[in-house]
Ligand binder design. Sequence first.
Ligand SMILES: [Zn+2]
Length: 398
Amino acid sequence: MTDRLYYTDARLDRFTAVVREITDDGCRVVLDRTAFYPTSGGQPHDVGTLGGNAVVDVIDDDARIVHCLASPIGVPVGSMLVGQVDMTRRVDHMQQHTGQHLLSAMLSDEFGWPTLSVHFGDETNTIDVACEEFDPTTLPAIERRANALIVQNHHVTVSFENAAEATGLRKPSDRDGELRIVTIEGIDRSACGGTHVDCTGEIGALLLRRAERTKGNTRIEFVCGHRAVSRARLDAELLTTAARSLSAAPHDLPGLVEQQIQRVAEGERERKRLAAELARYQATAMWTACIPDSDGVRRIIMSVTGPVKDAEPLAQQLVALGCCTVLVTNHEAGGVLMATAADSGIDAGQRLRTVLQAVGGRGGGSPRLAQGAVSDPSQLHAVLAQLACLPPLPEPLA
Ligand SMILES: [Zn+2]
């Protein structure tokens, strides 16, 4: 059984301990005691060094705590080792965890929303609370209230009490025997094995990021302490960068962004209108320049480098001028588009499908507009020759 030193001293960062077990590869070590916190109760594990080797994971294995090392340690069972916990990460977890206790207590007592689950992440934390209809405009009020409680600097203490006698717990514990109880003076009493700060003032600050509905409840994202400040700094930098690119002050951004979105939408509508107008002019010029075949049909062939679909407006304008067929190809991609005027007598969809199918390609469409592709672009030349030479369909028998 490993003696958990962090239970009674969350600030203990350096300790000595005796190796009790070690795996054959030398990378997993069990000690008689440890200050390393293992992943449990939603709180991530500590990192640091053990005997100078990097501790990369810490596992709670029932009564034992297993330290996972980056490289083999090479000492026998019974050796004495020095452990060093990375306190930057530990203190960050203490701030997030204590902040969560305070937030959960306040949301339950003052809003009637008990906490259902908690998640501590590397960047942000979330709690799911039993609230079906959350009004996002209450976020600032919740945040103000939580920060007011933090500033009141309530003591946070740890006690060990018998489960049968422990009273006033926020959530009844399902464990028997001795419970480790974390008390925020006047605010909360919870059974918890995690590491916490000594006074709420050490939480520093609590920043609510957002709330969203999840499975009929509400998930609230929050960060505490140094993380709240660095997150706010990052947000401020993002806003400053965005504002600078628009030559504006950050507080003018929402209105300006809305304006820009409208302008882009208007510009896109205008671009489409002009493209259609340009296609009309191009079509007239191309149609006029093309000499009709002996059957009176103008056969226009174009090659494009982009998607053949982009030539659709021009092809449609061309066939609208009458007695005309249009073939658009992309020789690299093997794409082909066919458009036919109603009076050409050619069903574009049927013809393209027939010719492409014969070479294992795919395609089809309506009688006036169709597109497809060959699987091997080298076949496109033959396909094109067939399509271009196709005579009009024979008149159907009456
Ligand atoms: Zn806790």
